[in-house]
Ligand binder design. Structure first.
Ligand code: AMP
Ligand code: GLY
Length: 432
């Protein structure tokens, strides 16, 4: 098969690494890719939103399957553009990508399909939104309806904070069109997990669960980021609970999307809150999580490419994937200043030594190579130091041993990735 992956982050590096190992693959390209991806695929300098160039490239190179990584091209309709040109592309159509593109769309679908989620209301009018917040009180959650690069959500612990969020989104236009309407919802309490499923329009195959660390600082402090690290499996969300969520959340969403004539194909990512009254949906995303993907794929024993093909063909019902009985972790190394103002350009060394630590895999997220081949930071999240091991502790120790080999004084990472997964064992030890 000729395969084209779209994107340039750590998630796309993990996807390319996984697909490159497939015996079914003839040639792999990635647009635009990064220096790490360049080790397993041929990078082509086309941006993820340049649909005409992507389509032309896919046609010229007889691509058998296009695999978009990030949400922006999916929500923008890359699948429709490829399909119109006769190029197979595994992901949701623009209509189905509304599951990530609009919070109100998803909340309304939850109500229609009986999917457990926080109580909510949608507002196009700032005065009505403020009135609702005053009536309900805090804590309360204010969300820009559209895509806001992960920054359009304010979990307000006071009424003042919620009112300020409404002003910023609806009056000051902090997120442009994305914030012209807002969803205001009940604040859920519990632990957050991400559940992934590969979908073919009607059937869904579990891809496992992971836990992401969204805050920039240790102990879940500081501002929200795209994700500072992830690990899998998740002791607080075992297989049996995942099956319950597949049946109560993922499959009803698929059925409702199909009933509406906009079947969902691709990776469906359910962000869940494990509340006292069961798992509730916080949000759907229409693609793999980043860095969750980098923690999940190293555990996959089966060939990913035929599974993606089967999802495209609508043939997942009788498909099976096997997973290693190992723990996996992804530690994000970010450039100083991330997420507000990451410093660009600093040189990165020591990756060979880091990759030589047993069990370690390094995925590039925001690197660039100069003419002499030296690596430099070119983004906020720059490297993913990943490791697998017999248990989470071993995986974590291997990942941090590799982090210590990386020669990059201008980079930083959280030292506590996976702490929730390690906590029960610590408790047991303390108790015993
Ligand atoms: P989202 O962009 O919808 O994932 O929201 C970003 C983050 O805000 C989530 O990962 C949660 O930590 C938090 N969040 C969103 N909705 C709620 C809610 N209803 N209750 C509590 N926290 C929430
Ligand atoms: N790690 C969260 C996301 O990919 O949206």
């Amino acid at each position: 098969m000729h395969v084209l992956v779209i994107g340039s982050g750590g998630r796309e590096h993990a996807l390319c690494w996984s697909i490159a190992a497939s015996p079914v693959l003839t040639k792999l390209w990635c647009a635009p890719g990064n220096p790490g991806i360049g080790q397993v695929a041929e990078c082509v300098p086309i941006g993820p939103m340049d649909f005409p160039s992507l389509v032309a490239f896919a046609q010229d190179n007889e691509i058998d399957l296009v695999v978009p990584g990030p949400e922006a091209p999916l929500v923008g309709g890359i699948v429709d553009a490829m399909e119109a040109a006769g190029v197979p592309c595994i992901g949701p159509s623009r209509a189905a990508a509304q599951l990530e593109g609009s919070k109100a769309f998803t909340k309304e679908l939850c109500d229609a399909a009986g999917i457990p989620t926080a109580q909510w209301e949608r507002f196009d009018d700032a005065a009505a939104a403020r009135e609702f917040v005053r009536r309900r009180g805090a804590p309360i959650v204010v969300k820009a309806d559209g895509l806001a690069a992960g920054k359009g959500v304010v979990v307000a612990s006071t009424e003042t904070e919620a009112l300020a969020a409404i002003d910023a989104m609806m009056e000051a236009g902090a997120f442009g069109q994305a914030g012209s309407s807002v969803v205001i919802e009940e604040c859920l309490e519990g632990e957050e997990v991400s559940l992934f499923a590969l979908c073919d329009g009607t059937a869904a195959l579990p891809l496992g669960a992971a836990q992401d660390h969204k805050r920039v600082g240790e102990g879940e402090t500081g501002v929200n980021t795209g994700g500072m690290g992830a690990y899998s499996p998740t002791p607080s969300f075992p297989d049996i609970a995942q099956e319950t969520a597949m049946d109560g959340i993922i499959r009803p969403a698929l059925a409702e999307m199909a009933r509406r004539g906009t079947p969902f194909r691709g990776v469906l990512y359910a962000g869940l809150m494990l509340t006292a009254s069961g798992a509730k949906l916080i949000e759907f995303n229409v693609r793999f999580g980043d860095p969750e993907c980098q923690a999940l794929l190293p555990r996959l024993m089966s060939d990913l490419l035929p599974a993606l093909q089967a999802a495209y063909d609508g043939e997942l019902a009788n498909f099976d994937l096997r997973w290693r009985d190992e723990a996996s972790i992804a530690v994000v190394m970010a450039a100083r200043g991330y997420p507000e103002k990451p410093e660009r350009g600093s040189e990165i060394g020591g990756l060979e030594q880091a990759a030589a630590v047993p069990g370690v895999l390094i995925f590039h997220a925001g690197t660039e190579a100069d003419t002499t081949g030296r690596l430099h930071a070119a983004g906020g999240r720059v490297l993913n130091i990943c490791a697998t091991g017999p248990d989470l502790r071993a995986a974590r120790d291997a990942a941090y041993a590799a982090v210590r080999e990386v020669d990059w004084p201008e980079g930083f990472c959280r030292q506590d990735i996976g702490w929730r997964g390690l906590a029960p064992a610590t408790d047991k030890k303390a108790a015993g």
